[in-house]
Write a protein that binds this ligand. Structure first.
Ligand code: NAD
Length: 715
C-alpha cells in the first residue's frame, strides 16, 4: 500500500493494515524529515482507502523509534524563532492527520520509544508495550522539550502533574510506570506483543473498545481548573528550577506553557507548544547541548576507527598503587579488564586493594553489583611487588611519582619485562611525553594516558601522542580507555596537554584580578553564577594550592610569552602561608568536616587579610560581567591556540575535553562553542577592550580572520 525508505504499509487480514517503521540499512528508527514526510504520505494513503478498517503500528528494529534526527537540528535552529515555531506547527498538522483517522489504530511499542518516538505513538488511541521497552521524552537533556505535540498529548493521557514530571526530568519510564501513568494501555511480554496489539485492534474495530473517546480526550482541554493548574505549576516550578538551574530554562518554559495549554483544545495547545518550542530552540543551552550530543556521536565514530586499528587490551597492568594507580586498576577491573598492580611498597599495595574493596562493597550495598561478581572483580586485581606476568599484558599504565628521572628509570626497566608491541602509557600530569620517552628503546610503543582524579568518577582521559608514538599505540590506548567506560581525547604532546593548558590562563586571570583588587569571593560568586560548579578560588582549594601552583608553573614555563609570572600572586601567597586548601583545612576558605565527614566551606577572614597585603591599591569592585570577561577570554584564546596548533583535531574534541575534564558549564558547551555563541567578532572586540591586560587577551590572527569573515568553529 505504501513503500518508503523508512516506512511501509502492508495489508493484513480483514481490512487491517500494518504501518511498519523499518529504516533501510540501519539498526534503528528515527524521525528525520524524510521519515516524517513518509508518515504523511502513508497516513494519506490510509485515509483515502475505504477498505482500511484499522491500523497496527510496529517497528521492525529492536527499538520502536529513538527520537528525532538530532543532526537536522543545527540547520533548523538557525532560523528565526517564529519560523521555527511555524515549522513545528506545520509538522504537527501531519501528526494530527493520523490522530484524526476514521479508523482505530494500536501502536506496538517493542523497544525504546523516546522523544518524537513517543510523540508519534501517542497519536494512536491505544498502545501496547513490551515489558522490556521504555518510553520517555528526554528532550530536556538537549535543552529542549517535545515539540511534536508531546507535551499536549502527554498532559491529556497522564494528567498535568505526571506530564510535567516526565517532560522536566527527561527520565524514561519502564513498562509498569508507563502503564500506571496511563501512557500505555497494556503491557505484555516481547514475544506476545504483536499478537496482543493485533487482538486489541480487532476489539477496537468490533466496537468493543471505545477508541473514539480516547481520541476525543486528546483533543479536549485537560480536566483541571485554571486554579488547580496554577497551584500545580507553583509547586513544580521551585523543584524544576532548582534541578535545572537558571542557565537551562527548557523545563521551566515547558511547565509554564503546559499549564496554560491545559485549558485549551488541541489546536490552541499545539499553538502554545510550537511558539514556546521556537523560543527554547533559540536558547544558548539548546545550541550547546545539541552540539555536545553531536560531538559525542562524532567521538564514538572515531572510537570505532581506533578499535579497528588498535590492539584489544585483554590483560592490563598498572605501575604504582597510589591515588591514581589504585583508581585505574579498580576501574579497569570493574569494567572487565583484569589488571596486575605493581608497587614498590607493600603498604601501598594493601591500601590500593583495600580501596578497591571499599568501592566494590559500596556497589554491592547499592544493589548495583552482586556479591559474587564483586568478588570476581576484586580477584581480577593482582597486587604484586615485581613484574611477574608482565610479558602477557597488552598495556601497562605507569602512575608512579611525578618525577622525570624516576619515570625514565622505571619505564626503561619496564621495557625488559614486557613484549614489544605492549603499549606503555604514562599517567603524567605535567611532564612531556617526548621527554619521558628519551631513554626508551621502543618509543613507538609509548603514549600518554592522562586520567583525572578521582579516576572512577572522572570521565575524561587525554591520550597523548608523542613525536615517536605510533598510531597503533594511540589506538590501543583509546580502546582501553573506552573499555574502561571513559571518554578519551587524542592530543599532541605539549606542556599541559589540552585541558590543564587551557585552564592555566583562566587561573592566571583569577590571580591577576585579585592582584588588581578583586575580592576572591566575589570572583567565585560571579563564576558560579556564570555556571561553573565552583569558582576559581574554591577550585584551587579543592585541587590543592601546592599541586595547582606547581603544575601551573610547569605549564606556564612552556608558554612564557602568554603566561608570564604574575606579581602579587595570591595562590603563591597561600602556599607560602601553608594554606594548601581542603587538604589541610585552610586555603582561600576554611574547611571543617560536617557530621557525614564532608568538608564544609566557610569564610576565612585570615585569608582575606593575607590577600589584602597583595592589594596595595586596596580593594576594587568589579562588575560580574567584567569578571566573566576577564576570566573567560584567556580561556577562549588559549583554546584557539591549541586548535590552531593541532593539539586536538577538531573543536568537538576540544570542547568535549573541557566539559568532562574541568566542568565547563554545559549550557555554554565548551570554550569554542561559547565563542561561537558570542560571535567571533564580539570575542575579538572584547579582547581588544582588555588589551591592556597583555598577551593572554590577544586574539590569534586566525580569530581576527574568522571574526572579519563571520566564520564559526561549528557549522
Ligand atoms: P601517589 O603518590 O599517590 O602514588 C604513587 C605510587 O607510586 C606510590 O604508591 C609509590 O609507592 C609508587 N611507586 C613509586 N615508585 C615506584 C616504582 N618504581 N614502581 C612502582 N610503584 C612505584 O601519586 P598519584 O597522585 O597517584 O600520582 C601518580 C601519577 O599520576 C603522577 O605522575 C601524577 O602526576 C599523576 N596524576 C596525578 C593526579 C592527581 O590528582 N593525583 C591526576 C592526574 C595525574
Amino acid at each position: 500500500m505504501f513503500q518508503g525508505e523508512s516506512i511501509e504499509v502492508l495489508p493484513l487480514q480483514d481490512g487491517l493494515v500494518e504501518l511498519r517503521f523499518d529504516r533501510r540499512g540501519e539498526a534503528i528508527n528515527k524521525l528525520d524529515a524524510r521519515t516524517v514526510d513518509e508518515f504523511r504520505q502513508a497516513t494519506e494513503r490510509i485515509a483515502a482507502s475505504p477498505e482500511v478498517r484499522g491500523v497496527l503500528v510496529t517497528s521492525a528494529k529492536d527499538v520502536f523509534i529513538v527520537g528525532a534526527d538530532i543532526t537536522e537540528f543545527g540547520a533548523t535552529f538557525q532560523q528565526e524563532e517564529a519560523q521555527i515555531a511555524r515549522g513545528v506547527r506545520a509538522s504537527n498538522e501531519l501528526f494530527n492527520a493520523f490522530e484524526d483517522l476514521k479508523v482505530p489504530s494500536v501502536v506496538a511499542i517493542n523497544g525504546f520509544a523516546l522523544g518524537g518516538g513517543l510523540e508519534l505513538a501517542m497519536l494512536a488511541p491505544l498502545r501496547v508495550m513490551a515489558d522490556t521497552a521504555q518510553v520517555g521524552v528526554p528532550e530536556v537533556k538537549l535543552g529542549l522539550f517535545p515539540g511534536f505535540g508531546g507535551t499536549v498529548r502527554l498532559s491529556r493521557l497522564t494528567g498535568l502533574a505526571t506530564a510535567i514530571d516526565w517532560v522536566a526530568s527527561g527520565k524514561p519510564a519502564k513498562a509498569p510506570a508507563a502503564l500506571a501513568a496511563g501512557v500505555v494501555d497494556e503491557v505484555t511480554s516481547a514475544d506476545a506483543l504483536r499478537e496482543r496489539a493485533l487482538a486489541l485492534l480487532q476489539r477496537a474495530v468490533r466496537g468493543e473498545v471505545d477508541w473514539q473517546a480516547a481520541q476525543q480526550r486528546k483533543r479536549a482541554p485537560v480536566a483541571l481548573s485554571a486554579q488547580e493548574a496554577g497551584a500545580l505549576v507553583e509547586t513544580a516550578r521551585t523543584q524544576v528550577a532548582a534541578r535545572s538551574g537558571r542557565h537551562q530554562p527548557a523545563a521551566v518554559i515547558a511547565l509554564e506553557m503546559m499549564a496554560e495549554a491545559a485549558g485549551r483544545d488541541r489546536a490552541g495547545a499545539l499553538d502554545l507548544e510550537s511558539a514556546a518550542f521556537g523560543r527554547v530552540a533559540k536558547t544558548q543551552a539548546a545550541a550547546s547541548l545539541v552540539q555536545a550530543f553531536l560531538n559525542d556521536q562524532a567521538l564514538k565514530k572515531l572510537y570505532k576507527r581506533h578499535a579497528r586499528e588498535g590492539r584489544p587490551v585483554k590483560q592490563a597492568a598498572v605501575l604504582g598503587a597510589g591515588i591514581m594507580g589504585g583508581g585505574i586498576a579498580y576501574t579497569s577491573a570493574l569494567r572487565g579488564t583484569p589488571v596486575r598492580m605493581k608497587d614498590i611498597a607493600q603498604p601501598q599495595l594493601d591500601l590500593g586493594i583495600a580501596e578497591a574493596g571499599k568501592q566494590l562493597a559500596k556497589q554491592v550495598k547499592n544493589g548495583r553489583l552482586a556479591q559474587a561478581k564483586a568478588d570476581a572483580i576484586q580477584a581480577s586485581i593482582v597486587p604484586q611487588l615485581d613484574e611477574t606476568g608482565f610479558d602477557a599484558v597488552d598495556c601497562v599504565v605507569e602512575a608512579v611519582v611525578e618525577n622525570l628521572e624516576v619515570k625514565r628509570k622505571v619505564l626503561a626497566a619496564l621495557e625488559h619485562s614486557v613484549k614489544p608491541g605492549t603499549v606503555i602509557a604514562s599517567n603524567t600530569s605535567s611532564l612531556r611525553i617526548d621527554d619521558i620517552a628519551q631513554p626508551l628503546a621502543r618509543p613507538q610503543d609509548f603514549v600518554g594516558m592522562h586520567f583525572f582524579n578521582p579516576v572512577p568518577v572522572m570521565q575524561l582521559v587525554e591520550v597523548i601522542q608523542g613525536t615517536k608514538t605510533s598510531d597503533a599505540a594511540v589506538s590501543t590506548a583509546v580502546g582501553y580507555a573506552v573499555a574502561m567506560g571513559k571518554t578519551p581525547i587524542v592530543v599532541k604532546d605539549c606542556p599541559g596537554f589540552l585541558v590543564n593548558r587551557i585552564l592555566t590562563p583562566y587561573i592566571n586571570a583569577f590571580v591577576q584580578l585579585v592582584a588588581d583588587g578583586a575580592d576572591f569571593e566575589a570572583v567565585d560568586r560571579a563564576m558560579e553564577a556564570f555556571g561553573w560548579p565552583m569558582g576559581p578560588a574554591y577550585l584551587q582549594d579543592v585541587v590543592g594550592m601546592d599541586v595547582g601552583s606547581h603544575v601551573g608553573d610547569v605549564i606556564a614555563a612552556g608558554y612564557p610569552q602568554r603566561m608570564p609570572a604574575i606579581e602579587r600572586n595570591a595562590v603563591k601567597a597561600m602556599v607560602a602561608a601553608q594554606r594548601y586548601g581542603q587538604k589541610n583545612g585552610a586555603g582561600f576558605y576554611r574547611y571543617e568536616n560536617d557530621p557525614t565527614g564532608r568538608p564544609r566551606k566557610t569564610a576565612a577572614p585570615e585569608a582575606h587579610a593575607l590577600v589584602a597585603t597583595l592589594q596595595p591599591q586596596g580593594k576594587r569592585d568589579f562588575a560580574d560581567a567584567e569578571i566573566v570577561e576577564r576570566m573567560m577570554l584567556p580561556m577562549i584564546v588559549e583554546a584557539a591556540h591549541a586548535l590552531e596548533e593541532g593539539v586536538v583535531a577538531t573543536p568537538a574534541e576540544l570542547d568535549m575535553a573541557l566539559l568532562l575534564g574541568v566542568g565547563f558549564p554545559a549550557y555554554a558547551g565548551g570554550a569554542l562553542k561559547y565563542a561561537d555563541w558570542l560571535g567571533l567578532d564580539r570575542v575579538v572586540a572584547l579582547c581588544d577592550k582588555h588589551a591592556a591586560l597583555g598577551a593572554p587577551y590577544a586574539p590569534t590572527a586566525r580569530m581576527r580572520e574568522m571574526a572579519a569573515q563571520k566564520l564559526r568553529y561549528y557549522p
